[in-house]
Design a protein around this ligand. Structure first.
Ligand code: NAD
Ligand code: ZN
Length: 452
């Protein structure tokens, strides 16, 4: 709408654009685009009057600011990040540090994580004289429900949490972070929360974006919100207690970003994947020395930045062309079909492995590139084939995707190592040819792997 007081003769509609200007303690509508006062809001109101009705369209830009911080020794009592790292305003931080007011924090911790890190966490909070409540919960995929979110909310309410100054802290894997994020988004309409990921998958994926959620009506993450945390604090040392299979699981999402966007990350995983699995992203002086920590930090940093590049401009996922969907077209149906035998990243990897064959059949990847990718997957100890991944499942999933993706399949496909494009025109014949080859070449090796 360009002009003020436009009269459209056909519909007899009178449109007016208003800016909002603060006058003392109130806001006032001022006509026109050219309002230049200092105290003018970014919001606008557009009024439209016709013979039969008057309507006001509000355009109110909402800005989300959140911080993702990689840090060391998060639970060292002298490290203030967990308690104050989310505060961006230097003056507020200064005031906080000077004031004698006791810090209060409500924390939700995955029960398994609490077993390993509970004493250290308690020590940290005590040393910093925090008044705290820790809720240790079995935040498993089966419990990822509204019931669990409500349980948390009840306790938050009992704690009489002040939503302005006391962010809720979630410490755990993606399940814990997702449930707490949703609960916080509901409490008093939006209470800030902090994510501390303790699995590799949540470190490079769930912590970086804005999504929260719980499972509902037998569907993954059907209830949720796009509300980012105030901050995510990442400390690789939590990963040292994560079981090896769960590390492979996280490496699948890392490989996804590598294949879509970053050849350097692919080469890092190709060369050092095994070492990352062996050392669990920790410095291991006996075998690998300092090199290990350098590789681990480099890999996580690239994974985080490439993920942020894709998510930040599309926080609410309005743009349906998303490279981060690679490996996520058929895998949700596979994951649900064989539940609980495949972890999320494993199902994603099987999907990616098949898509690599699709790319090869379309002439987008060479045979050598295909081999390198599949070998890298095997090196990361990820499954590359599954008997439940059938042609029928592929067709059904792609049809569903057409329905929910604005009539286009929007299939991300690798076109070189670390490069990808979104395709909408892969024929059934190619899908089928790729499937036959994929089964021929990989079903045997996967069968022999499954015994080990
Ligand atoms: N919000 C998002 O953008 C986003 C992105 C990706 C995944 N997710 C969600 O994340 C979930 C998967 O996350 P996940 O893979 O972290 O699974 P998870 O939260 O179930 O954790 C996996 C297992 O590891 C244990 N664990 C966690 N940290 C540990 C540690 N440091 N040491 C030992 N054991 C530990 C947990 O108790 C659990 O048994 C899914 O529900 C998925 O929907 C969300
Ligand atoms: Zn995923």
């Amino acid at each position: 709408m360009g002009k003020v007081n436009l009269e459209d003769n056909d519909t007899k509609e009178k449109k007016t654009e208003f800016s909002l200007v603060r006058v003392k303690d109130t806001w006032k509508c001022k006509r026109g685009k050219k309002v230049t006062a200092d105290n003018v809001s970014a919001a606008k109101i557009y009024e439209s009057i016709t013979e039969n009705s008057t309507s006001w369209t509000v355009v109110s830009p909402i800005v989300f600011t959140y911080k993702v911080t990689e840090t060391r020794d998060l639970l060292d009592p002298s490290n203030q990040t967990l308690l104050l790292g989310h505060i961006n305003d230097p003056q507020q931080l200064e005031d906080m540090k000077k004031s004698n007011k006791q810090i209060r924090r409500f924390l939700v911790v995955d029960q398994e994580v609490y077993k390993f890190y509970g004493p250290k966490l308690t020590e940290y909070l005590e040393a910093n004289k925090v008044l705290y409540k820790i809720l240790a919960l079995p935040t498993t995929e089966e419990n990822k429900s509204m019931t669990m979110a409500l349980k948390i909310l009840e306790e938050v309410n009992n704690f009489s949490l002040d939503r302005r100054t006391e962010p809720i802290i979630a410490i755990g894997g993606g399940v814990c972070l997702d449930i707490v994020g949703l609960a916080a988004s509901l409490y008093r309409r939006r209470t800030p929360y902090i994510r501390v990921p303790t699995t590799l998958l949540s470190y490079i994926d769930a912590s970086v974006g804005a999504k929260t959620g719980v499972n509902f009506a037998n569907c993954k993450n059907k209830l949720g919100a796009y509300i980012p945390p105030a901050a995510a604090f990442l400390d690789l040392s939590f990963i040292q207690t994560v079981p090896r299979r769960q590390i492979s699981n996280g490496l699948a999402e890392m490989l996804k970003m590598a294949l879509m966007k970053h050849r350097g990350l692919f080469e890092l995983l190709e060369t050092h994947g095994r070492m990352l699995l062996d050392t669990k992203f920790q410095a291991d002086n006996r075998v690998h020395g300092r090199n290990c920590m350098q590789v681990a930090s480099q890999a996580t940093r690239i994974a985080i930045v490439t993920m942020l590049e894709e998510l930040a401009p599309n926080l609410w996922e309005d743009d349906l062309n998303r490279l981060v969907d690679f490996g996520h077209l058929i895998s949700p149906a596979l994951e649900m079909k064989v539940l609980p035998s495949l972890l999320h990243g494993e199902a994603v990897n099987i999907d990616m492995s098949y898509m690599v064959y699709v790319s090869k059949e379309r002439g987008l990847l060479t045979e050598e590139e295909k081999h390198r990718i599949i070998n890298c997957m095997v090196g990361l100890e990820l499954p590359v084939w599954h008997e439940a991944f059938t042609m029928e499942l592929i067709q059904k999933s792609l049809q569903d995707r057409l329905k929910h993706s604005g009539g286009l399949v929007r299939m991300p496909l690798p076109v070189a190592l670390g490069k990808a494009e979104i395709s909408n025109d892969t024929s059934c014949e190619i899908l089928h040819r790729a499937y036959v080859k994929w089964c021929d070449e990989l079903s045997v090796s996967s069968d022999s792997n499954s015994d080990s």
